[in-house]
Design a protein around this ligand. Structure first.
Ligand SMILES: C[S@@+](CC[C@H](N)C(=O)[O-])C[C@H]1O[C@@H](n2cnc3c(N)ncnc32)[C@H](O)[C@@H]1O
Length: 276
């Protein structure tokens, strides 16, 4: 195992992805009917921003640290910052952020493959009665978990892209998951280095069926093409809730100036397959 999210927790890409996650969960909470959240690549759940990994990269210093105390207006961004600020020098990952937004009858299933990360995840989720940590392969677990009995919810697919064929694996797993749960909301995180690769990936996702697909991207340093350090990333959202596009435009307009490393920084919200 090479990838450890502790080096990257709270960076610009986490901020952008987690704001989108919160925005979607706030939509799901608008209706009384319970929902399920499945986080297929959950990570360790809670990260020490004063620990050696975070200090070494300073990615959180250029990410979440820039937002602390900022006077933000967009509801999803405010909610995200309220959750994150409660952890001060630690950063909550996607399962812990999601767990804070569960209501009495909602459920979270968070899957992590690597035993050490899983142990941390298990501890982070222990206080939440309706959050379950599972040690296993997130792609494989999907078969058994979908459709959820609630018939409402989201499946976050957030792999570390350690394998060169990860996009193909993900697209195949998504096709099966979408067949089982065509009304689910699927946020899929991706790094953004080569635009044509993401376009091809989005094309593969679309071949799963007549889905709605929204692309949310952030590029904090347009001039950085060195490839050493991530400077652009995105979330492809299958079946985004109505209004997510406008909310993420507003949230992105607030976070971009805080996270930008260069003058060419940008954040985009684009429909790849709009609602009909
Ligand atoms: C990008 S990190 C997750 C970050 C987390 N979703 C968040 O936003 O806080 C990806 C995680 O997936 C784990 N992982 C890699 N392959 C996996 C698989 N097939 N199934 C489940 N977890 C996996 C890695 O160990 C790593 O902790």
């Amino acid at each position: 195992m090479n990838y450890r999210h502790a080096y990257h927790a709270g960076n610009f890409a986490d901020v952008h992805k987690h704001v989108a996650l919160v925005a979607i969960l706030l939509h799901l909470r608008k209706k009384g009917k319970p929902f399920a959240i499945i986080d297929t690549h959950a990570g360790g759940g809670l990260y020490d921003l004063a620990g050696p990994e975070a200090v070494k990269t300073n990615e959180a210093g250029e990410g979440i640290a820039k937002l602390r105390g900022a006077p933000v207006r967009t509801p999803a961004l405010r909610c995200y910052l309220e959750i994150v600020d409660a952890f001060s020098d630690r950063y909550p990952g996607s399962p812990l952020i999601a767990a804070q937004l569960l209501r009495e009858r909602d459920r979270l299933i968070a899957i992590e493959k690597h035993p050490e990360e899983f142990e941390s995840l298990r501890r982070a989720l222990a206080p939440f009665r309706n959050a379950h940590a599972v040690c296993g392969d997130g792609y494989r677990q999907l078969n058994a978990l979908l459709p959820p009995p609630e018939r409402r919810g989201l499946v976050l697919l957030d792999p570390s892209y350690e394998e060169t064929d990860e996009m193909e694996t993900l697209a195949t797993a998504f096709a099966g998951a979408y067949r089982r749960f065509p009304t689910g909301i699927f946020p899929i995180w991706h790094p953004l280095k080569v635009k044509s690769r993401i376009e091809a990936f989005a094309g593969e996702l679309r071949s799963a069926g007549p889905l709605k697909l929204l692309s949310l991207t952030i590029d904090v340093d347009h001039t950085d093409s060195s490839g050493d350090r991530l400077s652009a990333a995105g979330v492809l959202v299958v079946n985004p809730p109505h209004g997510l596009d406008l909310e993420m435009e507003a949230a992105s307009a607030e976070i971009l100036p805080l996270l930008a490393r260069g003058a060419g920084a940008s954040a985009m919200v684009d429909w790849i397959s709009p609602p009909r």
